[in-house]
Ligand binder design. Structure first.
Ligand code: NAD
Length: 357
């Protein structure tokens, strides 16, 4: 069966890292005999320049008729003075909303070749998959705004989750946990917040359908500590939108560079794969961007959209092999080693893929 991949390169280093990820997909398609086609669309600053809007209808239609979406990054100083709803980032937020991508997956895995660059000691073997609910919580709850009452200003946001929103992301997380180490940590603030009390109740109910999965509940403040103290004890970490925003950045800092961290945003009908970093205007066009985050994002595409775990594993092994061979872009280059370019890193990954990881 063939798959069509929508490619949205975006801005800054977006096209540079996506170019490498596409080459990786092409190599994988030959090895595993997967029929793949690619179609490009504009988003972010590139779309503003051509269509005066960050998410043109053409791009949205392309995404809706594709099997998966690969995105680089959006934004840059050229568009910084535009009103918020016209800026490149608004295109990405609109895309996530239009496609109802409710589960954001961020794996945090530290490659042994880079463990010395982590701020944490004994980091080897850390393998956490953070699943953050993306459609609810304080970011979307109503009422919201800045209101005046009795001559004083009040800032208001509403932390809100429906039972069904919690249930669908919890089911998703338990399903994913089945194919991993079978441990799920659910993070909330149920000792203080009603919304968290409901979160804990619904997650516990869903857990009854998954007796093989060990369920742990942690309060978010304790979780922030445990991620540093015992990162290896986590497997799947499930949490809401606002706690997930903060904890996934904290966990991401365990890795050597932003250039190493992939992500997937998955809904009932669509899935978007992208590195977590931005468009890195400071290094754009210099040929030194680290493509690994985007390459690992297509690894996630292979696993979650194309259900080919073997191919996904091969991508990860190829990255590891390229690092073992001593190829490092400047952001991850150990002291005393010669940094490589984006193309050199990409070639090393493709070579490793062709040699079987
Ligand atoms: P950034 O992630 O672009 O860059 C932060 C730092 O990390 C920079 O020094 C950059 O050079 C480095 N870096 C990032 N990715 C790298 C890679 N692959 N290889 C090597 N180094 C890498 O964040 P920023 O500077 O705060 O934002 C720049 C622009 O990107 C802004 O316009 C921002 O709004 C946008 N942004 C977009 C996304 C997205 O598209 N998902 C995410 C974050 C920021």
């Amino acid at each position: 069966m063939g798959f069509k991949v929508a490619i949205l390169e975006g801005d800054g280093i977006g096209p540079e890292v996506v170019n490498c990820a596409r080459k990786v997909l092409e190599a994988i398609s030959k090895i595993f005999n997967i029929e793949l086609s690619f179609e490009y669309g504009l988003i972010g600053g590139a779309a503003i320049d051509k269509f005066s809007k960050p998410l043109p209808e053409e791009t949205l239609s392309l995404c809706k008729e594709s099997s998966a979406i690969l995105l680089g990054a959006v934004g840059g100083p050229k568009w910084d003075s535009l009103p918020t709803n016209m800026r490149p980032e608004a295109g990405l937020l609109a895309l996530r909303k239009e496609l109802d991508l409710y589960a954001n997956l961020r794996p945090v895995k530290v490659f042994s070749e880079l463990s010395d660059s982590s701020p944490i000691k004994n980091i080897d073997g850390v393998d956490i998959l953070i699943i953050r609910e993306l459609t609810g919580d304080a970011y979307f709850g109503e009422p919201r705004g800045i209101f005046e009452k009795d001559g004083e200003l009040f800032g208001v946001n509403t932390m809100q989750y429906s039972q069904s929103q919690i249930k669908r992301v919890a089911k998703f997380a338990f399903e994913v946990a089945k194919s991993r180490k079978k441990k799920l940590t659910s993070v909330d603030k149920a000792n203080v917040l009603e919304v968290s009390a409901l979160w804990r109740k619904v997650v516990s109910e869903v857990a009854k359908d998954y007796p093989e999965i060990e369920l742990e509940h942690l309060y978010v403040d304790n979780c922030a500590i445990q991620l540093i103290k015992r990162p290896k004890s986590f497997d799947v970490l499930l949490t809401g939108n606002i706690f997930g925003d903060i904890l996934s950045d904290e966990a991401g800092a365990l890795s050597a560079s932003l250039g190493m961290l992939p992500s997937a945003s998955i809904g009932s009908s669509y899935a978007l794969y992208e590195p977590i970093h931005g468009s890195a205007p400071d290094i754009a066009g210099k040929g030194v961007a680290n493509p690994i985050a985007t390459v690992l994002s297509v690894g996630m595409m292979l696993e979650y959209s194309f259900k080919n775990k073997k191919a996904a594993k091969l991508v990860e092994e190829a990255v590891s092999k390229a690092l073992k061979a001593g190829v490092f872009t400047p952001d991850i280059c150990p002291e005393g080693k010669k940094p490589s370019t984006t193309d050199e890193m990409c070639n090393a990954i493709i070579k490793a893929l062709e040699e079987g990881g």
